[in-house]
Design a protein around this ligand. Structure first.
Ligand code: FPP
Length: 261
């Protein structure tokens, strides 16, 4: 995707356009992961039931999915429902599942039009049969798309994912000396995908909340006070610009004065 193609979908003269012009397209994060937080607070501020925050959050999901695909992000992972979220009231859980189902149905054409490949990561086997059907249908219909990989983390937990990987390694009888970090990562849900370079969290909380624990080892974390339902393309661009200003050292030394010594 060229800058011109991106600018064509942003309102001319808008703040978004000015921000997009600052992006260095040769140094985009390959994988952006997002902890979508603050839906409940957004609703409470408006004296609405919590589920209205989730409903409003769908528009932000649309913006970020389409925006990321157009910018040329290779992988986008959104944290929609954690293994801990079952503790929420049953009506909230069922509304979240209903919204997800509705989102997949209404957005399938957008995913296809934007060449986006969809899949879900998490313990899908515990989800209701109709949700599982909807998820596998969307994954199958977008499987041959070659553009952005869009993962929704659903009934996902980072520790559970690591334990699951370890169990599969044992079940396959992999000898201990054949195991290293690369081989281990091939047993995770994200096998074959680059690790997140950028982790975005909305609503100001400084936590990683059991999200992609293995994969975010070297991710740059960007936290915004913006609540998820207010998150728009321009916030995504702001996060990418902040990421491009970071000095990524991966535990080494990257200072020009000492590099190469
Ligand atoms: C966190 O806000 C948000 C969630 C637990 C769910 C996010 C889900 C959506 C945006 C809708 C469905 C998703 C997709 C991908 C279509 P919170 O309820 O914890 O907010 P709070 O911390 O302010 O209470």
């Amino acid at each position: 995707m060229s800058l011109d193609q991106i600018l064509a979908v942003l309102p001319p003269g808008s703040g978004e356009e000015a921000l997009a012009r600052q992006i260095d397209f040769d140094r985009l994060p390959a994988h952006v992961a997002v902890i979508m937080d603050g839906n409940g607070r957004w609703a409470a501020q408006r004296h609405l039931p919590r589920v209205e925050g989730h409903r409003a959050g769908i528009e932000s999901v649309r913006e970020v999915v389409e925006g990321s695909a157009r910018l040329g992000i290779r992988v986008l992972t959104l944290y929609a429902f954690s293994v801990e979220n079952w503790k929420r009231p049953a009506t909230e859980v069922s509304t979240l599942m209903m919204l997800l189902k509705r989102y997949l149905r209404s957005e399938l054409n957008t995913l296809l039009r934007n060449d986006i490949r969809f899949r879900v990561i998490g313990r899908t086997e515990d989800l209701a049969a109709d949700i599982q059907g909807e998820l596998s249908d969307a994954a199958a219909k977008t499987a041959s798309n070659a553009g952005m990989q869009f993962n929704i983390a659903l009934n996902y937990g980072g520790r559970a994912e690591i334990v699951e990987a370890a169990k599969r390694i044992v079940a396959e009888g992999l000898p201990a000396d054949a195991l290293d970090e690369q081989r281990f990562s091939e047993f995770l849900y994200t096998a074959g995908q680059p690790d997140p370079d950028l982790l975005i969290r909305t609503s100001g909380e400084m936590r990683v909340s059991n999200f992609l624990l293995w994969q975010i080892a070297y991710a740059e974390i960007w936290v915004t006070d913006t609540l998820w339902p207010d998150f728009r393309k321009r916030h995504l661009i702001e996060a990418i610009l902040a990421y491009q200003k970071r000095d990524r050292r991966y535990g080494g030394i990257n200072h020009p004065a000492v590099a190469g010594r």
